[in-house]
Design a protein around this ligand. Structure first.
Ligand code: SF4
Length: 325
């Protein structure tokens, strides 16, 4: 399977009165066509900035982005229009991402009108109806407004808008975290069905590891702008290696009495992403930190085939787990 997106040493820094905020720092990864990469981390880890930089809502501060093997890091005006159709975004809060004065019909039709997708009004009407059917929105809601709908229906409008230009790649930025748990499963199932039908590729951003467990082929864990662990989804849950990922995983509530993990409570202050000091950015909260950790930034290295971890003491912490594989 070929790669649709490849990101190399991507950086996104913001100027602040106190210095440069390193929101995304030297992030590299690729996604195969038709697959999902889950990006996980606490709020402020840079995952949303990463998604927005990839689809061009923010300008990168360094590194490269390749889409379908083409360098799109600084796209020309013509390329921007093409990319807007191929790369779309589903936002976290469907209410604030929708124009309150636009009906469901108009919100779904907007992108197709801007990009002149339809040659007649009839074709546009047909496409809007088809999209409403696809995302499970009753056609009678076409003239409703966002405030008249529940969160699940509003997110279905967001998905229909993203699909309206027939994209191949979608950044899903916490698409279910503002929804009730019962609705979350419906939206996740819908997104999985659409991925299969339309061969979509997702970059799925969330703070919740349990949400991405089933939808992702690979998972990338971020901490303060950097990738700390990346591997296949099953592998991450079976052999968690980085101390930060272990803490994230231990916080997932479970009803399975045989699978109760002891919750790891992280102590210590989160270090500042503004002009970050040398060393591991997790050192101030890591129970295994040693002197080296505060001096040298650990590189992301392949511990097992396809399993990458950024930690100086990963072997020692995991007590020779690699020998068991
Ligand atoms: Fe902890 Fe050091 Fe590993 Fe960072 S490099 S995760 S501080 S042991």
């Amino acid at each position: 399977m070929d790669e649709i997106l490849s990101v190399k040493d991507l950086k996104k820094y913001f100027k602040t009165p106190k210095g440069l905020l390193h929101a995304v720092d030297n992030v590299s990864f690729s996604i195969k066509r038709g697959e999902t990469l889950g990006v996980v981390g606490e709020s402020g880890c840079g995952k949303s900035t990463l998604g927005r930089t990839i689809i061009g809502l923010l300008e990168s501060s360094g590194g490269q982005i390749f889409f379908d093997e083409k360098d799109i890091t600084r796209p020309s005006g013509k390329d921007v229009m093409v990319l807007r159709k191929q790369m779309q975004m589903i936002f976290q809060d469907p209410f604030s991402s929708l124009n309150p004065r636009m009906s469901v019909h108009d919100a779904i039709a907007e992108g197709m009108l801007i990009h002149k997708i339809c040659s007649s009004k009839e074709e546009l009407e047909k496409k809007v109806e088809e999209l409403m059917d696809t995302v499970g929105l009753a056609r009678r809601l076409a003239n409703s407004y966002p405030h008249e709908l529940d969160g699940g229906r509003r997110q279905r409008i967001g998905i229909a808008r993203a699909l309206s230009l027939n994209p191949s790649f979608i950044v899903c930025d916490e698409p279910v975290s503002a929804l009730d748990v019962s609705i979350q499963a419906q939206i996740l199932n819908l997104m999985q069905d659409l991925q299969e039908e339309r061969k979509l590729t997702y970059l799925f951003i969330t703070h919740n590891l349990s949400v991405v467990k089933h939808i992702s082929n690979e998972i990338m864990v971020m901490y303060l702008g950097q990738v700390v662990e990346k591997c296949g989804s099953k592998e991450l849950f079976a052999h968690t290696l980085h101390p930060y990922t272990k803490a994230l995983l231990s916080a997932i509530p479970t009803v399975d009495l045989d699978d109760r993990r002891e919750q790891i409570l992280l102590k210590g202050e989160i270090s500042s992403p503004i002009n970050p000091k040398p060393g591991c950015r997790f050192a101030s909260r890591c129970p295994y930190a040693k002197e080296t950790c505060t001096k040298e930034n650990p590189k992301l290295k392949e511990i097992w085939p396809g399993h990458f971890v950024a930690c100086h003491y990963v072997e020692e912490i995991n007590n020779g787990q690699e020998g068991e594989k």
